[in-house]
Write a protein that binds this ligand. Sequence first.
Ligand code: ATP
Ligand code: MG
Length: 414
Amino acid sequence: MSSLQPVRGTHDILPDDFRLQKSVADCAAEIAGRYGFKEITPPVFEFTEVFARTLGDTSDIVTKEMYTFEDRGGDSITLRPEFTAGIARAFMSNGLAQEIPCKFFCRGPVFRHERPQKGRLRQFHQVDVEIIGVPGPLADIEVIAVGAHFLETLGVLGDAVLQLNTLGDTESRLAYREKLIGYLEGHKGDLSEDSLARLQKNPLRIFDSKDHGDQAVMADAPLLGDHLNDHSNEFFTHVRDGLDALGIAYEINSRLVRGLDYYCHTAFEFVTDTLGAQGAVLAGGRYDGLMEQMGGRAMPGIGWAAGVERLSMMVGEAPAAPNLIVVIPLGDVAEREGLKVTQQLRHAGLVVEMGYSGNMKKRINRANKAGAGAVVIIGEDELTKGVATVRNMETGEQTEIALDALVDHLAAYR
Ligand code: ATP
Ligand code: MG
């Protein structure tokens, strides 16, 4: 391994990709803002227990994927593998229970030590929304609506399917859990080691297994949807009615689970078949038991996270770079004037670069390659006349413009 290579599963994000990914995250921020979500950001790392306790000791993330290290003070620290736990911790640390409902939007890098492949990185980026403090289904509807609106604005909603399920309330889930464990006990021989380890602690999670043996067993497993009490059924009906009213299409997927005990009621995921194996682009659910599990008082919550890299692949094209103007001074005296003009145009809000060196032809070519819309040439002739030659790079047309009229003339390139 060469130390000049980035660590496996990490990437340098170069300008075109950066613009694309930023436009995806900005779109999420803008749409979430319209729904009243406020942007916050928890730290990139937390005490390990923030994630270990909330994600549970049988989740993939905790057992295999966390970047955990001891810092110089001897504390166990983990780079955030997701946002929800950090936001819940922040909600409690800052005493925000006084201010419910809280609606938060977050974006930034998250870290998981998994096997890198297309659409699966070790440092990737998420956008994330959470509503904390609303026990009723209106929050579930709103959270899904903001996700659909975001994907629609990106232009990828048509390539994704919303899968929806309910995990029911605690009573339904506990009763079902016993049934499921009973069924799985009878199929122990066909289950993977991972799933055997989860059998007692977190049997629902086995629905999420990518092992073929597990999948065959789960194909005939009893389903939670057939074991819901009245309250859970009403809650789910309410959510579905809301989505229907908004014209948000979905498919019921009774095998869709969030395999963590604190999840309940609504679970959903927007999936696509346009990205090969990595089909999940935006996933979320209700986590009413989370805060209690972290040692706080019970507080309902629901949210989703979406992968910025996967969404960027779906979008494909980066948005156009801003219009560029290149100033080319020829000669020492012109250089001084060129500096001033460049700065003046920048102050007027234009994106301007100086064509540094080389002969005229070279500099024009370079400006062309950089995508300049216009080039401002200042040579000795121009200086004596108090003008600059503005070349429209699209048409090749050249016009002499008085120096003090340049800002107005170039305003179209803003
Ligand atoms: P997967 O089933 O693909 O492993 P996940 O269930 O682990 O996904 P979540 O924890 O729900 O994913 O994270 C939310 C979103 O983050 C996913 O829908 C996906 O778009 C993105 N994501 C998850 N893991 C990665 C990764 N390693 N690289 C890039 N994006 C990822
Ligand atoms: Mg994963």
